[in-house]
Ligand binder design. Structure first.
Ligand code: FAD
Length: 404
C-alpha cells in the first residue's frame, strides 16, 4: 500500500518526500521532467537564494498578500531557521548576503537539489512521468498517467504555478483543484519587470541607468516605495520594481498607470537652494544636475526639459526651477504592461487558502488531498521567501501523513 503520492519535485515536493522518508512511509514522487527540481536549478541566477534570516513574525510582515497569516502555523512548524539547519545537516553551508539572504556557499543551486535528494530512495522517484488526472473514490485517489494508475489515500499536489512553464510548472494543480471544487484565485504575474514605451523610445539615454536608493509612487497615491531600480531597453526592472509589479498589475486592470520616480536624494529646498545660490549662477545647469543625480540622467533631463547643453544657472526662470524640481522629484513614466504570467519569476494566485487547513495544507473539502508551494495562493517577495514557503508547506503536509 502506498501511503502518499507526491506530484511535483520542486522544493515543496522534495521537502515532502524528505519527511515521508524520515517517517518510514511508502510514497512515490512524480515529476514530468527527466530531472528533479528544474526550476530550483535556475533560481537566484543558478545560485538559489534558498531562505533568509527572518523569524516568523518578520517573514510574514514582509508578505504583501492579504491572507499572509495563513502561513503562520506552517512557518512556525518549519521556518527559515529549520531550513538553515536542514541544509547544514546535509553538509551544505549557506552564507548570508546583503545581510538577509541565504545562498549556498558554493553558489550552486545544484547543491540544494542534491541535499534535498540525499535521503530520498531512488525507488521512490518516478521521473519523466506526467500525471494527467486525479480521480477520487470512496477509499482515496487514483493518480493517472496516460498509461498507468497509482492509488493512495493521500496525494500531495506540489505542481507549482504557471511561471516559467518550460521548467514543468504549467498550473496543473489548479486545474485539479477546480475539479475538486476548490476556489481558485487566477494566477497573476509577481516579482517581475514592467514595460514602458516611453522608456523604450528614450532607451538611447535611459537604458542601463541604475538608481540604488530610489523612491516611487503609483498613480500619485500617498504610499511611497523605496529600493533600487534599473532602466532597461523595454522598461524598468530591479528589486523595487519587482516588489511592486503586482500592485502595478492590479492598477493596470483598472486604469492607466503613471509612476513618479524620485531621481535624486536631495530635497526640494536643497535643489532650489543650489539653483538660487550666488556661487552657482555662473555655472552651467548641467553641472548642477550632475551633482543632483547621475551624470547620464542629468544629460537626459536637460534634453527632456528642452534646455541647451550650455544653459547657465543664471538664465533659469522661477518656472524653470519648478520644472527642474518636478523632473527630479517626480519624474513621470507611463507603464504599458507588466511581464506575462509565464515570464514572471513568481505567480500570485492559485488554490484559495480559505479551504485549506493552515496547519496541515490538507483540503477541507477532500480528505487526504494536500496543496503545497506555489500552487497555493501565497507568495512572497524576492529574497528567499518563495522557496522557504514551498519547503515549509511541503514539510507541514507530509508531517500530517500517517499510515492507516
Ligand atoms: C528564474 C527564477 C528565479 C527564482 N529565484 C528564486 C530565489 O532565488 N529564491 C526564491 O525563494 N524563489 C525563487 N524563485 C521562485 C521559486 O523558484 C518558486 O516559488 C518555487 O520553485 C516554487 O516551488 P514549488 O515546489 O511550489 O513548485 P516548482 O518549483 O514550480 O515545481 C513544480 C514541479 O511540478 C512538476 N509538475 C507540474 N505538473 C506536473 C504533472 N502534471 N505531472 C508531474 N509533474 C508535474 C514540474 O515539472 C515541477 O518540477 C525563482 C523563480 C524563477 C522562475
Amino acid at each position: 500500500m502506498i501511503d502518499c503520492l507526491i506530484i511535483g519535485s520542486g522544493p515543496a515536493g522534495l521537502m515532502a518526500a524528505n519527511v515521508l522518508e524520515r517517517n518510514n512511509l511508502n510514497y512515490i514522487l512524480f515529476d514530468k521532467n527527466a530531472t528533479l527540481g528544474r526550476k530550483l536549478l535556475i533560481t537566484g541566477g543558478t545560485r538559489c537564494n534558498v531562505t533568509n534570516k527572518y523569524n516568523v513574525a518578520e517573514f510574514i510582515d514582509q508578505l504583501k498578500i492579504k491572507n499572509k497569516r495563513f502561513l503562520y502555523s506552517s512557518l512556525s512548524n518549519f521556518g527559515t531557521k529549520d531550513v538553515l539547519e536542514f541544509f547544514n545537516n546535509k553538509g551544505v553551508l549557506l552564507s548570508l548576503e546583503k545581510e538577509y539572504q541565504y545562498f549556498p556557499k558554493s553558489s550552486k543551486s545544484q547543491d540544494i537539489i542534491d541535499a534535498l535528494r540525499q535521503t530520498i530512495s531512488n525507488k521512490n522517484i518516478m521521473l519523466n512521468t506526467k500525471i494527467e488526472s486525479i480521480e477520487k473514490t470512496e477509499e482515496g485517489y487514483h493518480v493517472k498517467t496516460n498509461n498507468h494508475s497509482y492509488f493512495s489515500k493521500n496525494v500531495i499536489i506540489a505542481t507549482g504555478s504557471k511561471s516559467y512553464p518550460k521548467t514543468g510548472s504549467t498550473g496543473d494543480g489548479v486545474r485539479w483543484g477546480k475539479e475538486f471544487n476548490h476556489e481558485i484565485v487566477p494566477f497573476y504575474p509577481a516579482e517581475t519587470h514592467i514595460y514602458s514605451s516611453f522608456v523604450k523610445r528614450n532607451k538611447e539615454f535611459l537604458q542601463g541607468i541604475t538608481i540604488t536608493d530610489c523612491e516611487v509612487s503609483i498613480n500619485n497615491q500617498k504610499k511611497i516605495y523605496a529600493g533600487g531600480l534599473i532602466f532597461t531597453h523595454f522598461g524598468i526592472s530591479g528589486p523595487l520594481i519587482q516588489n511592486i509589479s503586482e500592485l502595478i498589475y492590479f492598477e493596470l486592470q483598472k486604469s492607466t498607470v503613471e509612476l513618479k520616480i524620485r531621481l535624486t536624494s536631495y530635497s526640494e529646498e536643497q535643489i532650489i537652494h543650489l539653483l538660487e545660490s550666488k556661487e552657482n549662477q555662473n555655472k552651467r545647469l548641467i553641472r548642477i544636475l550632475e551633482k543632483l543625480t547621475i551624470k547620464r540622467l542629468a544629460k537626459y533631463l536637460l534634453l527632456n526639459m528642452k534646455f541647451r547643453e550650455d544653459k547657465l544657472v543664471a538664465s533659469i526662470s522661477k518656472q524653470d526651477i519648478q520644472l527642474i524640481v518636478n523632473k527630479l522629484l517626480k519624474f513621470s513614466v507611463l507603464i504599458d504592461h507588466v511581464e506575462s504570467i509565464q515570464n514572471a519569476f513568481v505567480n500570485g494566485g492559485g488554490i484559495s487558502t480559505n479551504e485549506i487547513n493552515p496547519k496541515t495544507m490538507e483540503s477541507k473539502l477532500n480528505r487526504g488531498l494536500y496543496f503545497v508551494g506555489e500552487t497555493l495562493n501565497v507568495h512572497g517577495p524576492i529574497g528567499g521567501f518563495n522557496i522557504t514557503i514551498a519547503l515549509s508547506t511541503g514539510y507541514s503536509a507530509a508531517s500530517n501523513i500517517r499510515r492507516d
